[in-house]
Design a binder for this molecule. Structure first.
Ligand SMILES: [Zn+2]
Length: 273
């Protein structure tokens, strides 16, 4: 039996970092318009190309978006929500958590939370760290803010419930690994770490192999993508090929993180009891 009655859970998630991918590393990059334009591609072109593809397959998924981008791009947020997608928390400015004071980290949390509440009409359900790091106060804050899920850790191929400060919580972890991310394959920049430009087929090969094993083992698959990367013409086909491959199996559920987490939680709670 797969983890949900609707089948194997395949999570297609999109981190719409846009310009914050650069400014989070160095605020002075804001004065370099050509660098900034590489992030702008995410909201100007990439996201709509992804939305069109998802609509063609009738899929609803999850976008993790820094609050600053939510505030700057209300029309795009409307199109994402109109498509039935979920907007989840991805900080406010995408600042590196380890460089923040506890007060600054709390401010990032509150402002990102408020931005989603304003645009979606309800609080965010899920949280993903900018740049894959957390601090000692992060997990307790997720409990305090009432989050249902986190998608941050690299330690499993199946979801699990978090223990925070020695206590069981309702927070479901949707784990992830770098091979399931488009950036290590394609991120190319003169100032960011990682200058790789692999063929789209390399990523297709990796994701198909990941899918086949995870499906056979009845686990889950969490794919993390960036509209400024996967939304480019030569790469969008990688996403489409993954969708096609998955849908050949009759029992695969591609959906929003919040809905799939609710479907999986009873089984996880039973297993943890
Ligand atoms: Zn990000």
């Amino acid at each position: 039996m797969h983890l949900t009655s609707r089948g194997f859970p395949l999570f297609l998630t999109f981190d719409l970092d846009a310009e914050t991918m650069w400014t989070a590393r160095d605020p002075s990059y804001a004065n370099r318009p050509v660098l900034m334009s590489q992030g702008a591609y995410g909201w100007k072109v990439g996201t709509d190309r992804i939305l069109k593809l998802l609509a063609r397959y009738g899929l609803k998924t999850t976008f993790f978006i820094p609050g600053l981008i939510i505030d700057q791009r209300p029309d795009l947020m409307e199109r994402i929500l109109e498509g039935g997608h979920e907007i989840a928390h991805h900080s406010y400015t995408h600042s590196w958590i380890l460089n923040l004071t506890p007060e600054q980290e709390r401010e990032e949390m509150q402002k990102g939370y408020d931005a989603i509440k304003r645009v979606a009409g309800h609080p965010p359900r899920g949280w993903r760290s900018p740049a894959a790091e957390i601090s000692p106060i992060t997990m307790p804050m997720l409990v305090e803010y009432g989050f249902d899920y986190s998608s941050n850790f690299f330690d499993d191929d199946s979801p699990y419930l978090h223990m925070v400060e020695g206590r069981k919580t309702k927070i479901v972890e949707l784990p992830f690994r770098w091979v399931l991310d488009d950036a290590p394959f394609f991120q190319y920049s003169i100032v960011l770490p990682g200058r790789t430009m692999q063929a789209p087929s390399a990523l297709s090969e990796a994701w198909t192999a990941e899918f086949d094993v995870l499906y056979a083992e009845k686990r889950m698959m969490m794919v993390g993508m960036h509209p400024q990367i996967i939304g480019q013409p030569s790469r969008i086909g990688v996403l489409e090929r993954l969708i096609e491959h998955a849908l050949k199996h009759g029992d695969v559920w591609i959906g929003r993180c919040d809905e799939m987490v609710e479907a999986m939680r009873p089984g996880l709670e039973k297993a943890a009891a």
